[in-house]
Structures are given as C-alpha cells and as structure tokens.
Design a protein around this ligand. Structure first.
Ligand code: PMP
Length: 408
C-alpha cells in the first residue's frame, strides 16, 4: 500500500504539533527528525510488554527479544544493501566513525599515510581522523568544493596518491544539502587502493542507498535522523574488512572465551558490540525503516527537492539574502540575510512557530570557507509541506520589519 505525502503524513507525527495542538513548522529535520507514532509505539512495546535482554536469556521473552533485535539488524542490512553480519549497531554515526577510526585507522595507518576529507565535513567526520593522524603520523588532505558547494571530484582525483589509505566524505552535506556522486568517489578512492567511508547521516533519510551499487567500504548513519530513536545508529562495513578489525570496546557479549591468560573474541558484528545493546532502540529503528520504505525514498527525495526548489526560488527573489549550496540540494537550504544574525532570525521565527537551525552546524571549516560564522538552515522531512515555507517567509518579513531592513 502506498500513501500520499504531505498533510496526511503529518498526522502520524505527534511532534509536529505544539503541546496545545497548534501547528508547528518544524524545519530542523537535518538535526533530528520527528518520530511517527508507529516508531513511538514500537519503542513503548519494546520497553514494556516485550522487554527483556538479548543474547543471554534462556527464557522465551529474551529469546523473542533476541529475534527482534537481530531482525532489526537484518532490516538495516536490507535498507543499505549489505549483509546482516556486516551491520554493527552503534550509539549513532559519531560512534560509528570513531569505531572505524579506532579499529581500522589506528591499526592500518602509519607515518606518511594520507586521509582525504572534504571542506564540508561534519566535525564527527573530521575530529576522529585528526585524533588518528596525531597518534599514527598519518596526514589529512582536504578536498575542496566546487563553486556551487559540491565536493569537487576532479580535485579529489588530483589529491589522491598511492599513500592515500582512506577517503571519508559526507554522502549529503548537513549544511548545503549537496549530494555526492558516491559511486564515482568509490571508483576514485579504489583507483589508488584507498577505502571509502561515507557519512550517510543526511543521505539515509533522503535518498535510496545501496552500498553494493555504490561500491564503498564503510557507511554510517544515525537512527534519529531517519525518524527513529536517539541512542542508536549503524556502521556497515565490508565483511572482510570487519573480519580483520580488532574489537572496539571490551566487555560482555563481544567475546568467544575469557580466561585470565587469554581472551578470544566473537566474530563480527558481535565483536564490536560490547555490553547490553540499545535493545528497544533497535526495534524502533526497524519500525522507522518500515515506515520510510512504505512511503518510498524516491518519493521522499522528489518531494523534498520540490520544497527546496520553492524555498530557494522565494529566497532568491530577496536581494538581501545569500543562498549557500547547490540548487539540487537534498532537503536542506542554508542562507543568510544581510544585517540579521542567524540566531536573531531563528529566535524571531520561533515566536512564529517556525523552528529553523542557526549556527555553524558542527561544520566550522565549511563556515570558514563560506566566510561566515553561522548560517540559518531550513531542513525538510517527509512531513514538510508548503505551509512550512509560507510560515517561514512570513517570519522573515516580520524579522525585516523588526530590524528595519528592507528587501529592495
Ligand atoms: N554527520 C552528519 C552529516 C550529520 O549531519 C551529523 C548530525 N548532525 C553527524 C554526522 C553526527 O550524527 P550524530 O550526532 O547522530 O552521531
């Protein structure tokens, strides 16, 4: 069964209203998405009548919960186009990247090896690599952007050397919405024998991802941006790479046999999941993926692209507005208004029931590149519609009146 987008979907999201039932124009989905009732219900059931631990209990409810937890892993694998034992549950994308940095980067990289990042990366795809570089002697190269704000793959080709071991890039930028040609990036990385890690935080909720088709080596995302709960995300990595990686954290559930003389480890993915995992969150993530796939990522992407096109068109008519990023952005529009700090704009819009994000968006090197300290950012989700844009534009008009600025 397919469903129509827009208003009918909005009713699935209790978070899309204020506590007294008034409409709320939520334009901060890139930070975190609102949750559909099915996800909230799945989480409630998993924490309530279905609740038990996984992997350990001999009693039926624990065995059932183990099946649900592992079903969630299979669901994530299917969603990304990978195999079940290639999915490691993590606390989120940040932890997934840190896991790769610690377990792969620290053991594979050495003096003179090179890691390529891009100017538009989120801090969580920069800092873990700086930490690895500091400790291993590896060096970081930064791939520049095109004029319109896409990762410049021509420049990437020129930066790559036989010493490049890893290329780590955002599949979709959380500030500009630019979409990477991931398949081409994989070809380029592999042409010098490097691995490609894709930060899929903003891509997973917006475009259909198939890691096999892309040909990347690592893919990470956070459930909370995919209409699921906080506290869980996933790392997909090729089976042979995971197999070769040492454990991340030590503890229960990741071992094969423990003695004081010697401990042996479980195979992947258990080797990387020490401790009691985020059980209810995994079950709720499963429900979130079901919800998103029932609607269809192609439709979500098309819809968000229409909203981006309209918002950019409207903002583009205002001669005190600077628009950042390419026209073909996946659901995200960053901009600035002359003489109005993004925080002031965000505060005034909030009074109008419009929630946007203002700040550096954890992408300070990109802010430096754009020559600003902050941008205003509107980001859409599958529940967004034209009323959100109307309310935002009305709020911008009011902001101008308050600041005594004009658009002409
Ligand atoms: N990468 C990108 C592109 C992001 O947008 C975010 C979240 N803003 C992250 C990484 C980090 O995700 P999390 O905080 O959920 O670990």
């Amino acid at each position: 069964m397919t469903r129509t987008l827009e208003l009918s979907l909005r009713d699935d999201f209790p978070g899309m209203k204020t506590p007294d039932g008034a409409p709320w124009h939520y334009l901060d989905t890139a930070a975190t998405a609102q949750k559909p009732q099915t996800v909230i219900d799945a989480m409630t059931r998993a924490l309530g009548s279905d609740y038990a631990t996984v992997h350990r209990g001999v009693y039926a409810r624990s065995a059932d919960m183990t099946l649900r937890y592992e079903a969630a892993r299979r669901r994530v694998a299917g969603f990304l186009g990978g195999q079940e034992d290639e999915i490691v549950f993590t606390r989120g994308a940040t932890e997934a990247i840190n896991l790769v940095a610690q377990c792969w980067g620290m053991t594979r990289l050495g003096e003179g090896d090179r890691i390529v990042l891009s100017t538009l990366e989120h801090h969580s795809n920069i800092v873990p690599w700086q930490m690895v570089a500091e400790r291993t002697g590896a060096e970081i190269d930064v791939c520049p952007l095109t004029e319109s704000g896409e990762i410049d793959l021509g420049a990437l080709e020129a930066i790559l050397t036989p010493r490049t071991r890893l290329v780590a890039l955002a599949h979709v930028s959380n500030v500009l919405g630019s979409v990477l040609d991931a398949k081409r990036a994989a070809e380029l990385a592999h042409s010098v024998g490097a691995k490609l890690l894709l930060d899929g935080c903003q891509a997973a909720p917006r475009i259909a991802v198939d890691v096999a088709e892309i040909g990347c080596d690592f893919y990470v995302f956070s459930a909370h941006k995919l209409y699921g709960p906080t506290g869980i995300g996933a790392l997909w990595a090729r089976a042979e790479i995971l197999e070769d990686m040492p454990p991340y954290q030590g503890g229960g559930a990741m071992i094969d046999r423990v003695t004081f003389d010697r401990t042996t480890y479980a195979p992947p993915p258990q080797r990387f999941e020490a401790g009691t995992p985020a059980i209810a969150e995994a079950v709720a993530l499963h429900a979130a993926i079901d919800y998103v796939e029932e609607i269809g990522l192609d439709r979500i992407h098309r819809r968000e692209a229409e909203l981006v096109a309209r918002l950019r068109r409207e903002l583009g008519k205002m001669n005190d507005v600077t628009l950042f990023g390419p026209a073909e952005s996946a659901g995200i529009v960053s901009f600035a208004i002359d003489g109005v700090h993004p925080h002031d704009l965000g505060t005034i819009l909030d009074e109008e029931g419009v929630a946007i994000r203002a700040g550096h968006h954890c992408a300070q090197p990109l802010m430096d590149h754009l020559g600003v300290t902050a941008t205003a950012r509107a980001s859409f989700g599958l529940y967004s519609d034209d009323s959100d844009i109307d309310a935002m534009l009305a709020g911008i008009e009011r902001t101008r009146r308050i600041f005594g600025s004009s658009n002409g």
